[in-house]
Design a binder for this molecule. Structure first.
Ligand code: PMP
Length: 440
């Protein structure tokens, strides 16, 4: 009998005993190809010796020191590396222990920024529907996932949501990318005006939407238009790269492909590569200066901020990700994954859309291809695909049911970047079998 409160109380989970590269093995000797990197975490694969050595060396030196007393070489080194790789204008780093903590910190930073610059009336956060930004109170309230929020609603701060950029379902046939992006930017503009242009703190969005939509990138130009709207009203732009960042989409920062300068960017997951829990907020010079010239104190903090072993692991992960050829391999394997999925799933009338960027791909399932009608939530197609995939030795990340009133099932793929072309073929073959079995 387990003494652990597992997320799904009655689920019988296999016990994992070892992992190497893109494979994980359970206690029954079954091997699984890690097609989702957990939840888009294991970017370098399992058992990376260089990261383990960096962690061991740091543990031998000093495993923990509270940041109210000390900084460390490894944390300074990590910040330096991240700023060096980030889009221009993101010059400072705040370290935390995961994605939700990063989002919470970014929200509080944004709010305190306006207090520091003498606009304390600003109090509203706007995000997008069908989004997920974490499970802590502030991050949960920010996410547009009504189902996750439902029972906690009475204790959540009020937030506002606009439409996500969702080409497959929402771009009108008579609308090109520019017109669609403009329509969404106009919607945000109208929402800000309705709330009071000088009352809004920030707009929060994922550059490529992961968990809730299945690797959905925005149309070209969307984020530039969103940036213009934010600038018009002095609203901060927070990009949540917790899932899509750290090279997942083929560039270290996903927003680099959008040509915008966000004010704050959150990262986590791939930053620690699964070796340590870690997250970070990158902040603009302007936000940093407001704190520096204002109260001189960011009124926030956690016990494990800047944890030395986590920083050592992340610093090594980031160093490896920035080596020549790594992002090129992500782009190459990502293109191969897309092409292989398209050909292996072409026969299935239940596959509506295959999309994504780099090694971040999503498959949207539909009961009918022509009408795009989704499966009934009670069929729990996503859960069936997950089970069928595991039986075939594949880990993928299906989501579904009803998210923010929107029905649908999709499968997210986010394998480690060390995946080989042969392993991509293996992943696709197992997934196509699992989808066929689940929809039979
Ligand atoms: N933001 C996004 C975009 C995420 O995908 C997630 C996790 N799935 C989070 C925030 C929360 O991260 P964590 O689970 O590390 O708290």
């Amino acid at each position: 009998m387990t003494k652990i409160l597992h997320r799904t109380i009655k689920a019988e989970l296999p016990r994992v005993v070892s992992a190497q590269g893109v494979f994980i093995e359970d206690a029954n000797g079954r091997s699984y190809l890690d097609g989702s990197g957990g939840a888009a975490v294991s970017c370098l694969g399992h058992g990376n010796g260089e990261v383990l050595d960096a962690m061991r060396a740091q543990m031998d030196r000093v495993a923990y020191a509270h940041t109210s007393f000390f900084t460390t070489d490894v944390a300074e080194d990590l910040a330096e590396r991240l700023v060096g790789l980030a889009p221009d204008g993101l010059d400072f780093v705040y370290l935390v222990s995961g994605g939700s903590e990063a989002v919470e910190a970014a929200l509080k930073m944004a709010r305190q920024y306006f207090v520091e610059i003498g606009q304390p009336q600003r109090r509203h956060i706007i995000a997008r529907r069908q989004s997920y930004h974490g499970n802590t109170i502030g991050a949960l309230a920010t996410g547009g996932n009504v189902w996750r929020r439902a029972q906690f609603q009475p204790i959540l701060p009020e937030t506002y949501h606009v439409s996500p950029c969702y080409t497959y379902r929402d771009q009108r046939p008579d609308e090109d990318a520019a017109a669609y992006g403009q329509r969404l930017a106009d919607e945000l503009d109208a929402k800000i005006r309705a709330l009071g242009a000088d009352q809004v703190i920030a707009f929060v969005a994922e550059p490529v939407v992961g968990a809730t939509m299945g690797a959905v990138p925005a149309v070209p130009g969307y984020f530039r238009r969103i940036r213009e709207v934010c600038d018009r009203h002095g609203v901060l732009l927070i990009l949540d790269e917790v899932m899509c960042g750290m090279g997942r989409t083929g560039s270290i920062f996903a927003c680099a492909a959008e040509g915008v300068q966000p004010d704050l960017v959150t990262i986590a997951k791939g930053l620690g590569g699964g070796y340590q829990p870690i997250g970070a907020v990158l902040l603009s010079d302007a936000v940093y200066r407001a704190f520096e010239e204002g109260s001189g104190l960011f009124q926030h903090g956690h016990t494990y901020v800047g944890h030395p072993v986590a920083a050592a692991a992340a610093s090594k992960v980031v160093e490896i990700l920035s080596r020549p050829g790594v992002m090129e391999h992500v782009a190459l394997m990502g293109d191969k994954l897309q092409e292989s999925l398209e050909s292996a799933l072409a026969h299935s009338s239940f596959v509506g859309d295959i999309r994504g960027r780099g090694l971040f791909r999503g498959i949207e399932m539909v009961a009918d291809r022509a009408s795009k009608e989704p499966f009934e939530p009670k069929l729990r197609l996503h859960a069936r695909i997950k089970r069928e995939a595991m039986e075939r030795g594949l880990l993928c990340y299906p989501m579904g049911g009803t998210i923010d009133g929107v029905r649908g099932d999709h499968v997210l793929l986010a394998p480690p970047y060390v995946i080989s072309p042969e392993e991509v073929d293996q992943l696709v073959e197992r997934l196509a079998d699992a989808i066929d079995a689940a929809t039979r």
